[in-house]
Design a protein. Structure first.
Length: 239
């Protein structure tokens, strides 16, 4: 029997048993639709779970800290491991690692005219920003070697207030300081400009800085931090 004979026989049987043919097609359609719906629900639930996890932090970023146990398994004291350039190089050689950067935290103040802002300075290597998912909503990211540039987190621009009146800027509205255009200075003195600052204390050293940009919201600590080149932050700490 030839191929066309089989086709002809199938068509004859199809039209001869219309009810059975209809039920067969209906069953195949319902089965296919059920499979598609189940796959769609599974993919949707998986993506929703991933988004919920991303709100808690990056799924591909690992932070290595200097935590250690005081006692080794043999009972002797275990010395802490210092995270230096050699350790960073070793981590960078691990298969699958895309980028490694040291991180440094320091608290301080930003000053712009009569306004000041508490700031959590977050020092990292500018070369690692793009790989870590940093995206500028306004302006741009930091470039290597720019030691006097700041990159504000999405919410950090709202931190400016007048210390003489203890009045914050317009909550939820326009910040009192335009970080992209206004003159800004930074210091690591957390009490700078406060009413209850020690008058006998040596005046804090101020550093003139500029703003490179403002980050998009990252759902992390960067949203309320001011990102700087880690080399520049280390230089200020030494001084």
């Amino acid at each position: 029997m030839k191929f066309f004979d089989l086709i002809n026989l199938s068509l004859k049987n199809f039209f001869r048993r219309k009810v059975r043919s209809f039920l067969t097609i209906l069953g195949v359609t319902i089965g296919t639709a059920a499979v598609v719906v189940m796959l769609s629900l599974g993919i949707g639930m998986s993506q929703g779970f991933e988004k919920q996890m991303e709100m808690m932090g990056s799924l591909t970023t690992i932070e290595v800290n200097r935590y250690y146990h005081d006692e080794s398994p043999r009972g002797g004291r275990q010395e802490p491991t210092t995270i230096d350039d050699k350790v960073i190089d070793k981590i960078n050689q691990i298969k699958g690692v895309k980028v490694v950067t040291p991180v440094m935290y320091r608290s301080g103040k930003l000053i712009s005219g009569k306004y000041v802002a508490w700031a959590q300075f977050y020092g990292i290597s500018p070369e690692a920003m793009e790989a870590l998912g940093y995206v500028a909503a306004e302006g741009r990211l930091l470039n290597p070697g720019e030691h006097d540039m700041l990159l504000f987190g999405a919410g950090a621009t709202q931190n400016f207030y007048n210390p003489k009146t203890s009045r914050w800027g317009n909550p939820g509205g326009r910040p009192p300081v335009n970080v992209m255009t206004d003159r800004i200075e930074m210091t690591l003195d957390e009490m700078y400009g406060e009413k209850y600052a020690d008058p006998n204390k040596k005046p804090a050293k101020l550093y003139k800085v500029r703003t490179a940009g403002v980050l998009e919201q990252m759902n992390g600590q960067q949203d309320w931090s001011v990102v700087v080149d880690i080399g520049y932050l280390q230089k200020i700490v030494r001084e």
